[in-house]
Design a protein around this ligand. Structure first.
Ligand code: AMP
Ligand code: GLY
Length: 425
């Protein structure tokens, strides 16, 4: 099969790595890809937002299957566009209707309530209903959770302890703090617990496989201190997600979601990322994403022993029922190598060295660029190093040993990824 992978981050690097191992693969293309992906695929200078160019590429390169990495093109209707102009192409990634699960928090919350899926209680407001929003806030206990309805690059959620600051934040959101994404705001009850990410690949016909679950580490600092980032590392499996808890997730969350999509005639072929929280042993949905997580994918891919391309083909064909996924018992630890200053101001264009010294771990590129032959930094999160080990400590130790071999000016990484989970082992 000829496969086109859309995207350019760490997630796509890990997907490319896994796809490239499939005996079904004839040729892998990436649009636009990155310098890491370039080692295993042909990168094409096509932007993820240029739907016309993506469709032309599909025709020109005789692409059999497209995997869409990021959410924005899905929310904007890339899958609909591909299927309308090239109906035989297999696409992994929902159409616009299904992508609303991530594109609109209000849609997602209504969907969950319609299908009795456990989630925080909520109400949605707009500028005109500001005073009702304040009244609703008064009925909640702090901290107050305010969410821009639309996509805001992971920044649209505000959690505030102080009532009057929360009201002020709300006013700012209605006044365009997150552009039109915050013209509507979901206000919800705060849930207290520990989070995990669960991933499913589904086929639009009720068939699905559950991928390895993972935990990501969002804060910049060790012990989960400091600013929020796009993710500084991940661990899979998650030791508190024991069989009984995973069964609850499947029965109370995954099945009702898949059945809900079927009932509502939403033909969803692709990944569903359940952002979950464990509240005293009960799983609740914090959010849906319509794509894989980053940097969870970097750990998840290492633990999938099955041919993922084969499973994605079945999913895109609507034929996943009865398929099994083989998952390694080992633990995967991913550590992100970031640029000093991130998630605030940081330098770009810093020369990277030492990649050739890494051995026995996978290095995935997240924010790099080639300047001629020279590899330089091109983002806040630059590279990820992922390893498998018998347990959290050994996987983490391996990733840390290898990450130290890579250098660029002011590089930074967390050394405590997964340490908080040792108490659940
Ligand atoms: P989201 O963009 O919906 O994933 O929200 C970002 C982060 O805010 C989540 O990963 C949680 O850590 C936190 N969060 C969101 N909603 C809630 C909630 N209802 N209760 C507690 N924490 C939340
Ligand atoms: N790791 C969280 C996300 O990908 O949104």
């Amino acid at each position: 099969m000829n496969v086109l992978l859309i995207g350019s981050g760490g997630r796509e690097s890990a997907l490319a790595w896994k796809i490239s191992q499939s005996p079904l693969l004839k040729k892998l293309y990436a649009a636009p890809g990155n310098p890491g992906i370039k080692n295993i695929a042909e990168n094409l200078p096509v932007k993820v937002s240029d739907f016309e160019a993506i469709v032309s590429t599909i025709k020109e390169k005789q692409i059999d299957l497209v995997v869409v990495g990021p959410e924005i093109p899905l929310i904007d209707g890339l899958t609909d566009k591909i299927l309308s102009e090239s109906p035989k192409t297999l696409v992994v990634g929902p159409k616009k209707d299904g992508a609303q699960l991530e594109g609109s928090k209000d849609f997602a919350k209504q969907f969950m309530f319609r299908h009795n899926i456990p989630t925080a209680k909520y109400k949605t407001f707009k500028k005109e209903t500001y005073s009702q929003a304040v009244d609703f806030l008064k009925t909640l206990n702090p901290p107050y959770v305010l969410k821009a309805d639309g996509p805001a690059a992971g920044k649209g959620v505000i959690i505030e302890n102080d009532f009057s600051i929360a009201c002020k934040e709300l006013e700012e959101m209605f006044s365009g703090k997150f552009g039109k994404s915050s013209s509507e705001v979901v206000i919800e009850e705060f849930l207290s617990g520990i989070e995990l990410s669960v991933f499913v690949l589904t086929d639009g016909n009720g068939g699905y496989v559950i991928l390895p679950e993972a935990k990501d580490y969002k804060r910049i600092g060790e012990n989960d201190e400091g600013l929020n980032t796009g993710g500084m590392g991940s661990i899979s499996p998650v030791p508190f997600a024991k069989q009984e808890f995973m069964q609850k997730i499947e029965e109370k969350i995954i099945k009702p979601t898949i059945n809900g999509l079927l009932e509502e005639k939403i033909d969803y072929k692709g990944f569903i990322f359940f952002g979950l929280i464990n509240v005293e042993g009960e799983p609740f949905v914090i959010e849906y994403n319509v794509r894989m997580g980053d940097p969870e994918t970097e750990s998840v891919m290492l633990r999938i022993d099955s041919d993922l391309l084969q499973l994605m083909k079945f999913a895109a064909e609507g034929n996943l029922k009865g398929q099994k996924i083989e998952i390694s018992q080992k633990t995967a630890a991913t550590v992100v190598l970031a640029s000093g200053g991130y998630p605030e101001a940081y330098k770009k264009g810093l020369e990277i060295s030492g990649l050739d010294k890494v051995c026995g771990a996978e290095v995935f590129h997240a924010g790099t660029k080639l300047l001629g032959e020279k590899l330089v930094t091109d983002g806040g999160r630059v590279l990820t190093v992922s390893s498998l080990g018998a347990d959290i400590n050994s996987a983490l130790e391996k990733s840390l040993t290898e990450i130290k071999k890579i250098s660029f000016q002011d590089s930074y990484f967390r050394r405590d990824i997964g340490k908080d989970l040792l108490k659940y082992v």
